[in-house]
Design a binder for this molecule. Structure first.
Ligand SMILES: [Zn+2]
Length: 140
């Protein structure tokens, strides 16, 4: 199987409200998102998908919603404090850990992929040494 991967960067702030340590404070990351897709067949240009088309799609449906946003759990202890926040805020049903953000990104990308394309893997890097990974094979 051949797959292709495109890497995206975005800046965002979050807080893990039930974290026992410093991660409960609002803080930022320069996230890197690695998006890997595959297909049984190549298109007319002998590609799985044009990297440009993948870029446009992921920027519209994922990066645009998260870049320079504050990402919080609507059930977390900061929900009330930021309820009237007028800046860019993305609410999650769960804590905005890299793991939970991956689940959300899968929900955002899967419906907009062309039928012949399969989302194989996502990696969300919070730092240069820490990332969470989602794989289609292990998805449930
Ligand atoms: Zn963090």
């Amino acid at each position: 199987m051949i797959s292709i991967t495109k890497i995206f960067g975005f800046e965002a702030a979050h807080a893990i409200s039930n974290h026992p340590g410093k991660c409960r404070n609002v803080h930022g990351h320069s996230y890197a998102l690695h998006v890997t897709i595959s297909s049984d067949q190549l298109n007319e240009q002998e590609m799985i998908m044009d990297f440009h088309d993948l870029k446009v799609m992921v920027k519209e449906h994922v990066v645009g919603r998260l870049d320079h946003a504050l990402i919080l759990s609507r059930k977390g202890e900061l929900a009330e404090e930021f309820a009237n926040h007028t800046g860019k805020l993305t609410w999650l049903d769960r804590e905005p850990t890299a793991e939970c953000m991956l689940s959300l990104i899968v929900e955002w990308i899967s419906p907009v992929l062309p039928e012949s394309i399969t989302l194989e893997r996502l990696q969300l890097w919070e730092t240069t040494t820490s990332y969470a990974q989602w794989d289609r094979d292990q998805a449930h």
